[in-house]
Design a protein. Structure first.
Length: 115
């Protein structure tokens, strides 16, 4: 289980990057990034390229599957947060937990109301 979550994160990030590139390469109504590659982009992906559309679909499925599995696996590990752990693990204040606030010096004058 400890190896599965980092592996899913790696696949998730790679799928996101590939999905971004593939969507930018697709030729839509106004061309697309594939048109910027010139003739080589048109030869690779074609005008009505069925293959790139299927590849985009498969990549999207992998991306969504990884996102769903990461959510499920992280939720099963527990609902504790890093903030809760930090508060629990924080060292006690100097002087111990039962230390009172320092008392005012005995020779200090009493406060006056200066209005």
């Amino acid at each position: 289980m400890s190896l599965l979550i980092p592996l899913l994160y790696i696949i998730f990030v790679l799928a996101a990057i590939v999905l971004i590139v593939v969507v930018l390469l697709q030729e839509g109504q106004g061309g697309g990034f594939g048109q910027a590659l010139g003739e080589h982009g048109q030869q690779t992906f074609g005008v009505g390229a069925k293959g790139i559309n299927q590849f985009t679909g498969y990549t999207a499925v992998v991306f969504l599957f990884c996102a769903l599995m990461l959510h499920i696996l992280n939720r099963q590990q527990g609902s504790s947060s890093l903030i809760d752990e930090t508060i629990i693990d924080a060292p006690a204040a100097p002087g111990g937990a039962g230390a009172a606030a320092p008392a005012a010096p005995a020779n200090s004058p009493a406060p006056t109301d200066n209005r």
